[in-house]
Design a protein around this ligand. Sequence first.
Ligand code: SF4
Ligand code: SF4
Length: 162
Amino acid sequence: MKGLIKGLATTAKVLARGAHTVQYPHVQPDLPERSRGVIALLEENCTSCMLCARECPDWCITIDSHKETIPAQTEGGRDRQKNVLDRFDIDYSLCMYCGICVEVCPFDALFWAPDFAYAEGDIRNLLHDKERLGTWMERVPESTWPEGYDGYTPDAPAGDDR
Ligand code: SF4
Ligand code: SF4
């Protein structure tokens, strides 16, 4: 009997606390800003080093690039080679959101944004190309921006001189 009363008291206490669920999608969940929702690409920082693609356990990152020669800036100087990113895809139908790619990128080119609602009726549309991955930068919380980054601008120039 004592156990029953104790059980009912616990039930009443929990009932009084109210629900912890929300009526999604009518009510949007209040997620921590650093939630792992989607990966954003800051193309201007990417050097096509391939480290993220090699470390991804699901092989869901595809990168293509080519080299371009930058003529010497000074007389007697040497021409330099620059990697130009042609393709950077993440296939979210394979991604397991482990975050390894974001962690290993040595050039601060990948970031988490909290957005998660990008389900698709056609699985092929879960492949986000570099343009789409770039637009997710708009949603990356300011607290994770790399040094010198001033925020998302749709027409930001791609690539740098590295
Ligand atoms: S989060 Fe993990 S599985 Fe997804 S792309 Fe990055 S390394 Fe691959
Ligand atoms: S995102 Fe980072 S790790 Fe991946 S290719 Fe670009 S610079 Fe290298």
